[in-house]
Ligand binder design. Structure first.
Ligand SMILES: [Zn+2]
Length: 502
């Protein structure tokens, strides 16, 4: 059982955000009932009821949190080359929808397994659940429960169809609009569903809820106001995609003139801009909008990996840091960056900050670790509970094997976690006091059985993928034309691409 006795993690280097981040001190961690009870030198424990894990030669870090993730397309990793986001949607929207329950369970487990193996103990799953019903939702929740990862769960809602992601959508032939999606459910149907699920599934230790309007341009004021009301009623945080692409900034200027051409103002008009809100991406945000977010204690979750692969651009990370807005980090879709690795997300955060400012500055590695733990916990309203190895915090952590080549030689915990660790060093992972990865092996599910099941499911998925790719060929010239028009249009935000001479 998960919480039958105590767990003592003995003699590891315990990473402390406020301590020596390069050479953390050796300490023991005592865990009971899913929480950290004590950190220090711990003797005199009851041997009969305490399991001991020897952590000598190990670095113990707070469990990493992925603040932006979608479990619905984990089986699509490696299917796509680099593509502009809007063209990628042509394929990925249908590939995530109306799948079998077996596939939904398998894809949830696959993403969770990869995450755990990379030291991620919490995922913020902004799930595109189609159909949006209880049977399917229960499949996802039971998969998370079975594998034992912590989840901040938010099925996405929207009452403007997916074609609303396109600027000048009416210029597209009807057939292409239909490929992108021209139907959406009514707001009340979706909001009532979420409300019922929050009430029904409240009391679990590793399940947390959030509200996720897909994106402001895909939600009417009624939908956004309903989301704000739900968040308030159930004391939940909110995540929504904002300014991911240049086209989305132009949509804001075109369609939201009433709100000063700003999606932030539009969100504000629905009562959403405040401490609960997190906007995801913000590649094309303006400086005044950043300052406004910072003043409201609203947060921004950066996803450099997918922003580059989907040709969206580079988030203005130096301005964002200067504005003081609170920051989180995510990995985004498996079809859009193909990996769930906060090590990669942290590294890119530091590298983009470095290359964006020629002057020498303060070291960022330990800041990246804070964003990936404490900052990401804050996005979900779990500040003070997740993200640090301190008494009273949830017992979510990863033991990193310092014998891995990444630590030969071992000069700095913070810098080598961020710049060197590829995930190989993650040896044991504990979620809510329960070892779910032990000596590199998952303890909660049968990994070989999952592998066989996925191989079987992929025959169907690849057949569907082939059919979708074939049918989308007709749409490509129209999508390319729309994409070029986006790039020809004037925009009052600088070009967020580098590495060109013209
Ligand atoms: Zn996303």
């Amino acid at each position: 059982m998960a919480h039958a006795g105590q767990l003592l993690i003995k003699g590891g280097q315990v990473y402390d955000h406020d301590g020596d981040v390069h050479r953390p001190a050796v300490a023991d961690i005592l865990i009971a009932r899913g929480e950290i009870v004590a950190v220090g030198t711990i003797d005199n424990v009851d041997a009969a009821t305490t399991e001991v894990i020897d952590a000598s030669g190990r670095l113990i870090i707070p469990g990493l949190i992925n603040a932006h993730y979608h479990s619905h397309d984990t089986l699509c990793r490696g299917l796509f080359e680099e593509l502009p986001l809007e063209m990628w949607l042509l394929y990925t929207l249908p590939l995530g929808a109306n799948r079998s329950k077996e596939e939904v369970r398998a894809r949830t487990l696959v993403g969770a397994l990869e995450s755990l193996r990379a030291g991620i103990t919490t995922v913020q799953d902004m799930l595109g659940l189609v159909p949006l019903n209880e049977d399917y939702l229960d499949v996802v929740l039971s998969a998370y429960r079975d594998i034992g990862i912590r989840v901040v769960f938010s099925p996405m809602v929207a009452d403007i169809p997916s074609v609303g992601m396109m600027r000048h959508r009416d210029d597209l032939p009807q057939e292409v609009q239909e490929m992108l999606g021209v139907r959406a459910l009514a707001p009340a149907e979706q909001l009532d569903f979420l409300d019922a699920q929050y009430r029904k599934n409240r009391d679990t230790t590793t399940l947390h809820w959030a509200v996720a309007p897909f994106a402001p341009q895909r939600c009417t004021p009624k939908m956004l106001e309903g989301c704000a009301e739900l968040a308030h009623r159930h004391d939940l945080c909110v995540y929504t995609h904002v300014y991911e692409t240049r086209g989305q900034a132009l949509i804001a200027r075109d369609l939201f003139a009433k709100y000063g051409g700003s999606l932030i103002s539009y969100l504000d008009s629905a009562g959403l801009v405040g401490p609960r809100l997190n906007i995801v991406h913000s590649v094309w945000i303006s400086r005044p909008e950043m300052d406004r977010m910072a003043a409201a204690d609203a947060g921004i979750v950066l996803n450099h990996l997918s922003n580059m692969k989907l040709k969206s651009g580079i988030a203005p990370v130096v301005d964002l840091r200067e504005s003081g807005v609170r920051l989180g980090l995510g990995c985004d879709n498996c079809s859009g960056s193909d990996v769930q690795s906060m090590f990669q997300a942290m590294k890119l955060f530091c590298l983009f900050s470095a290359v964006s400012e020629p002057e020498p500055g303060p070291g960022l590695a330990h800041h990246a670790l804070r964003h990936a733990t404490l900052g990401n916990a804050r996005t979900a309203g779990l500040g003070g509970k997740l993200g640090a190895l301190r008494p009273g915090y949830k017992a979510d952590m990863a033991l990193i094997d310092l014998n891995d080549a990444s630590y030969l030689p071992y000069n700095s915990a913070a810098r080598q976690l961020v710049y060197t660790e590829a995930g190989r060093g993650v040896e044991t992972v504990i979620v809510d006091g329960r070892p779910v990865i032990r000596d590199h092996r998952v303890t909660t599910i049968d990994e070989d059985a999952l592998r066989r099941e996925v191989a079987d499911l992929m025959r169907h998925l690849i057949a569907d993928y082939d059919a979708i790719v074939e049918s989308r060929k007709r749409a490509l010239p129209h999508m390319l034309k729309a994409h070029r028009k986006v790039w020809q249009a004037d925009l009052d935000v600088p070009n967020r691409f580098i590495a060109r001479t013209h």
